[in-house]
Design a protein around this ligand. Sequence first.
Ligand code: MLT
Length: 254
Amino acid sequence: MEGSKTIHVEVHFTPTQLEEMMLKDKSVVVIDVLRASTTVITALHSGAKEIIPVGNIESVVKISGSMFGDVTLRAGERNGKMIEGFNLGNSPLEYTPEVVKGKTIVLLTTNGSAAMAKGRYSKNLVVAGFVNLSSVVAFLQELNGDFVIICSGKEHRFCIEDTVCAGRILNILREKGNLDLITDDAGEAAITLDKNVGKNILKMLKNSAHGRYLTEIGFGEDLKACAATDSMPILPTLSNNILRAARKILKPTA
Ligand code: MLT
């Protein structure tokens, strides 16, 4: 593209092969459509003060134990269900203003929160889902530099919903035409997958392995919340291991 800077985008279908130091000083987008990304975005949209994503139960105990009880909520899931002794599960529908406004949330989920926590040495880390696509695209346009997309996947394996979301971000950036974007084979595959099955997000989520599992255990309504494209203009941004909503919300440029 004449005159514009070339941006290189690395896409990972799972965080498994990534080590924290590999992300040092990089700009990172973490995706866990079902459901940790959507939960984080919803919590901040409902006025939660901050979210501390962690990768294991020991960190939850350590962090929440050193904070005051009623302002800190322990949240997360194992096998999709709330962990015993926690205040909240991982259904975005639980994260209403009445429950989370002003609260600090320590979040432990099987794949998503661990992927977010891996980016602690990154230069910038933002959390993406379908619900905040435009805010993420606008951030990347303004960044105007190389970035890495990490799909959280499902237990160290590929999952379709995160990959389609990665492909959607790249497709929008390419369509807008103001970034000359070069990506790897994973990125090109994500772009192709979005073009093929991304037209009906809810249908794609319903057909996905994790979507079917969530429906089976009674969280079918969550899929609608996770599919609601651009319903929340929120950009969760990691700083010092804490996710907060970026103050400045940008709109994509044409
Ligand atoms: C995860 O991190 O694996 C999830 O967000 C799972 C879920 O609660 O649906």
